[in-house]
Design a protein around this ligand. Sequence first.
Ligand code: CP
Length: 337
Amino acid sequence: MPRKIVAKRKSVSTGDRLLLASRDRVKTVDCPAWQPPRGSLLGIEFLTEKQIVEYLDLARRMESVLRRGSTLLKGKRVVLLFYEASTRTRVSFELAAKALGATTTIITASASSIEKGESLIDTGYTLRALGGDLIVMRHPSSGAHWTLARHLNLPLVNAGDGMHEHPSQALLDAFTMLKHKRMLRGLRVTIIGDVFHSRVARSNTFLLSKLGGEVTLCGPPDMVPDAAAKLADGVRVVHSLQEGITGADVVMLLRIQKERFVGRRTSFEQYVADYQMTAERLQGAKPDTIVMHPGPIIRGVELTAEVADMPRSVIREQVHSGIPIRMGILARALGKA
Ligand code: CP
């Protein structure tokens, strides 16, 4: 029997309901009757701890494959379908596919028949008819991947869906953390910024919680509502930056989008004044606390240029981790690992 999905939430505010809404939508497909096409990676939320560890182990192996080159995916066609702008994710999926010998095609909304009104599902059918073996997709709507996956018997990899998930980002973040910290179990990770809108925050929270990390979500109440603590087990919400960074092993900053402050209680200027990461504020953290950011970074907004470039910033290393992580994801999706 499919699970009952919608819980009673009489006491939950509209903002909180929005924050949790994407989880509910995803749960509607988390039933025994439906599974995404084999090899797909749609999100972290429904992966097991074992599956996450397998992706991280696979990336470790892919680092040496990257050095010596490979033809593991020779003859395979990887389609990169990007309805939203991207630099890191798109390029690293492309380089990852090429490092394994696959061919790649990039489709963006502005230079394809998507502009003429072709639907997501018809675009998917077209790409399958053209011989695509795998689709890596970024889409502005939360849950778009689940819709496409129901219609297309092709492995599908989520490169970011709206406010929902960005699973490969969370995997590469965990991979980067493990290069600096012994293990994720017990690791204290503070994520600072607009958690409400952040697919990166959501995927990282799911992943770290499953692997025993201690997640703190930090920001003003309209960006980090108290309901965010319900995202996963052991998640803490704080609104004071000082409290958020004290004792943290990892401080992860999120990109701040000025246009999202319209109609909010917190102004953009107030956010920068209260939450921008500066070298002085970082002195309140431990000496070995590392600074992370999924990118793109906006110097002078969520962090200063000094913080972005300091030795404890691992931001560029995160970008590099994207290649072995995405090599592993592609190889697994195509049944080669
Ligand atoms: N981190 C991330 O998703 O960056 P891009 O938008 O450049 O892909």
